[in-house]
Structure formats: structure tokens, C-alpha cells
Design a protein around this ligand. Structure first.
Ligand code: NAD
Length: 271
């Protein structure tokens, strides 16, 4: 695919992901979608996955219109067979996968006592097991190609405790340790494994009814104001700000970085 040449202060712009193939899980909204858009703008061929076909198809149609090579494959990553199909699809189309962004995840609240068995298992199945499964499926192909990059979407709650979010915090702590351990296992194969750890990031689902509930006498608006006030930078992140960190980890800009947890949290964990 020919990309239009971009000029940068008179110099030729080098697309940071030119000729790379990126597989992005949960790319139909939020951070995954923002990353797919940024990767495509940086010259990558992107394959996005997710459960919502209409949203996935709409995003890839838009990306294609701007000249990108973008495809969507429907996958529920709690299912082993769907993980396999997503990887098979990307390999059949492109012959290789240079970048895997394990992004799909679910936020689940609850304490050790209040969380249900079903919620616990569902959270670990997507946030932990799918990350392992997707990595395991992609690793042999990266090795055969002489290297690759895996970026996991963890959370600032991977490194500090989280009140009333036990399954989520436990799952993201596991993602952090998978990141470090896989980095050690595969560094000698030129496969880098890192994680982005976003703080509170404004995504579409936050706008949905009941997602950010206030409870009387505290309104939803007050609950959000109070959440913002607790962040040192006094604002939520935009999904694009997280995508830029993912781009850094996925590109040659971070060629000597592996096993790293990159906190993008407005200073939340600095205290
Ligand atoms: P989001 O809900 O917009 O994105 C989640 C994506 O995962 C969606 O595309 C969704 O369809 C997909 N998904 C959910 N379950 C799936 C399944 N079973 N199979 C396949 N896809 C599935 O929210 P987001 O905030 O962009 O979340 C993306 C990642 O970022 C998650 O791993 C989340 O834990 C992490 N994160 C988000 C925040 C935040 O404040 N938004 C903070 C830290 C970490």
C-alpha cells in the first residue's frame, strides 16, 4: 500500500509503523479504537477484534477510506477458539504479526466477599487468560519472523491497591507479572513485552447510563468531579493519550525497553 508522503519541516516524515502488522484486541471502542486509528496513521496494517461487528466494521471502513489497510474480525476473547480464529485471520491476510496489543478488558467491582464467582471467573478469563492465550498463539510467529512486540493494557491498579475492585485489580496485577515474566522469557528472541498502565481514561462507556453512578445524595456529576479532583493533574486521560504511549512501546522508539510498566496516569501513582 502506498502512503502519501508527509512533510515535516521540509523533511520527509518517517511513518513509525510503516510495513508493520498490528493485531489489536478489543479495538471497537475506547483505548483500542484510538490505538488502531493512531497505528493506521503511522502506516501499520491493523487487524482489530471485538464482539461488536457493526462498530468494528464502521471503524475499519473509515480507516480504509483514509488509505489504511484495516480489517475487523469478530472475536470474544473469553473463548479459546475465537482467539485462535483472530490470529489465523491476521496471519492468512498478512502472513505475519509484528505487534500484538492485548487491550480487551473488563472492569469489575466488588470486594472479596461481595464479588460473585461468575464475575470473578469472567474477569480473569478476559483480563488474564486471554492475554496469555493471544500471546501464546502469536509468539511462534514472531520468533519465526525474527522478533516482535507485545503490549499489554494493564492499569495503574496493577501497581497500587484498588478499593472495591478486587477482581479487576487482581487481574491487572497478573498482567503486570505476565509482562515482566514474558519479557524475560523472550528477550533473547528479539520479542519485547511491555505494558501500558493507564489511569482513569475517558472512554465512551463512561458516558453510558449507570456506568459512573453517583449514589444519593451524590449526583453522577459530583461523583465525576470528585474523581477528577483526586487525580494530581485534575483531569481524566483521553484515549489518544494512552494510544500515544502504546505507540511508543510498539515502535522502534522503545527498541531497548522490555518488561516495563509505563504508567500514564496523570501522576496518580506518584504519591
Ligand atoms: P472499552 O470498554 O471502550 O474497551 C474495551 C474493549 O474490549 C471494547 O472494544 C470491548 O468491546 C472489548 N471487549 C470486552 N469484552 C470482550 C470480549 N470478551 N472479547 C473481545 N473483546 C471484548 O474500555 P477501555 O477503557 O478502552 O478499555 C480497554 C482496556 O483499557 C481494558 O483492558 C481496560 O482494563 C484498560 N484500562 C482502562 C482504563 C480506563 O480508565 N478507561 C484505565 C486503565 C486500564
Amino acid at each position: 500500500m502506498a502512503w502519501p508522503e508527509r512533510a515535516l519541516n521540509g523533511a520527509r516524515y518517517m511513518y513509525r509503523l510503516a510495513s508493520k502488522v498490528a493485531l489489536i484486541t478489543g479495538g471497537t471502542s475506547g483505548i483500542g479504537e484510538a490505538t488502531a486509528r493512531l497505528f493506521a496513521a503511522e502506516g501499520a496494517a491493523v487487524v482489530i477484534t471485538g464482539r461488536r461487528s457493526p462498530a468494528g466494521r464502521a471503524i475499519v471502513a473509515e480507516l480504509r477510506e483514509s488509505g489504511a489497510d484495516a480489517t475487523f474480525v469478530r472475536a470474544d476473547h473469553t473463548r479459546a477458539r475465537d482467539c485462535e480464529r483472530a490470529v489465523e485471520f491476521a496471519l492468512a491476510r498478512h502472513g505475519r504479526i509484528d505487534i500484538l496489543f492485548n487491550n480487551a478488558g473488563v472492569v469489575t467491582s466488588g470486594t472479596a466477599e461481595s464479588v460473585s464467582e461468575a464475575d470473578w471467573l469472567r474477569t480473569l478469563s478476559l483480563n488474564v487468560t486471554a492475554v496469555w492465550r493471544m500471546s501464546r498463539l502469536v509468539l511462534p510467529h514472531m520468533r519465526a519472523a525474527g522478533g516482535g512486540v507485545i503490549v499489554n493494557n494493564a492499569s495503574d491498579w496493577a501497581v497500587v491497591g484498588a478499593p472495591n475492585a478486587l477482581p479487576y485489580a487482581a487481574s491487572k496485577g497478573a498482567v503486570a507479572q505476565m509482562t515482566r515474566s514474558m519479557a524475560l522469557d523472550h528477550a533473547h528472541e528479539n520479542i519485547r513485552v511491555n505494558a501500558v498502565c493507564p489511569g482513569d481514561t475517558w472512554v465512551q462507556r463512561w458516558g453510558e447510563e449507570g456506568y459512573f453512578p453517583g449514589s444519593a445524595p451524590v449526583s453522577r456529576a459530583q461523583a465525576m468531579r470528585s474523581a477528577r479532583a483526586q487525580i494530581p493533574m485534575r483531569r481524566f486521560a483521553e484515549a489518544e493519550e494512552i494510544a500515544r504511549a502504546v505507540l511508543y512501546l510498539a515502535s522502534a522508539d522503545s527498541s531497548y525497553v522490555t518488561g516495563h510498566l509505563l504508567l500514564v496516569d496523570g501522576g496518580n501513582t506518584a504519591r
